[in-house]
Design a protein around this ligand. Sequence first.
Ligand code: PGA
Length: 245
Amino acid sequence: MRQSLVVANWKMHGSAASAIALLQELLPVAAAASAEVAVCPPFVHLPLALQVTADSGIGVGGQNCSEHESGAYTGEVAASMLADLGCDWVILGHSERRQYFAESSELVAAKYSSVRATGLTPIVCVGETLQQREQGKAQEVVAGQLQVLMDSPLSASDVIAYEPVWAIGTGQTASPGQAQEMHGFIRQFLREHCGETAEQIRILYGGSVKAANAAELFGQEDIDGGLVGGASLDAAEFAAVINAA
Ligand code: PGA
């Protein structure tokens, strides 16, 4: 049985004060929820997020990390630094990183390798653009993004997030059927490459998840929760998403 997981991706939003207020509202929600909950604030808010959520069961993670362990890489943050701070999670290969920061699948794989040594749990994002979907290449693209991670089998705790690029921040969610079709494809890919571990790996859906659509999405066989952007910035909305999982 895979426990549902709901992860907040705050992206580049929030002041220290708003972050604290939002987290404090989430504490009782997460405590009562059957789903596991994690939040990924901007790097600078990680210490306060760790402080507010201490002993609450809410996990905290980064939205990205370097593929390097240390060195002269101005502006970068190593996976080991996130682990050292007390983080549990890190998002890798988000489509905004791929699109605006030219992250290739090979770079995402290098980041994934650097994370494995730290004890952090990676949430690796995959997903096709609208053009790729319209060309009938959605599965091929997602398979390519997964293939580069397969040098060694994934761990049971690893998380994959399917986020169709055309559904992120657009209000245009994949239908539960479309999402399940891709999640089923990803599960089958993982079965072929990682064996029985595939049954334990959680596959999250992301892309305009909100209170109004969460229950139907999370009700699909291979959708094990969500990676939530915009709706995670509103405590009541995010609480409803958590409770739907
Ligand atoms: P969204 O973002 O929920 O605002 O569409 C999801 C994500 O990018 O992780």
